[in-house]
Design a protein around this ligand. Structure first.
Ligand code: ZN
Ligand code: ZN
Length: 125
């Protein structure tokens, strides 16, 4: 149909030329309904700019979360620390490590000494 009023589509729609008002409204709705990619870091809330990094799935972060590079590095360091060091005494653990019981509310893993310590304390109570 002939365009009485021409509407310039938005750049992000990727449309060349012009739209009639009906199509303009349709497209606006369509794009508004789409979840937009976050443009700020989920941790420090700073603008991501061009460098946005997806967190690792092991970190259990919300789907669609994006991080800036410094936060990603920090998070990874934290995660590796949790993975390799005892959550209580900070000793570097070998291959053998122990998962704390849920009741202890300890995040991470424990060395044998701390696990035994926790376990016997709880039993005495
Ligand atoms: Zn950040
Ligand atoms: Zn320990």
């Amino acid at each position: 149909m002939e365009l009485k009023h021409k509407y310039k589509p938005r750049e992000e729609w990727g449309i060349e030329g012009y739209l009639c008002s009906d199509c303009q409204i349709e497209k606006t709705k369509e794009f508004a309904a789409r979840p937009s990619e976050p443009d700020t870091c989920a941790l420090c809330k700073q603008d991501l700019g061009d460098i946005a990094v997806k967190p690792r799935w092991q970190w259990n972060m919300e789907a669609g979360t994006l991080l800036c590079q410094p936060c990603f590095n920090k998070k990874e360091a934290d995660y590796n620390k949790k993975l390799n060091f005892c959550a209580l005494c900070g000793t570097k653990m070998g291959i053998i490590r122990y998962n704390p019981k849920p009741a202890w509310k300890v995040e991470g893993q424990l060395c044998r000494k701390c696990w035994d310590g926790r376990n016997s304390t709880k039993q005495q109570q």
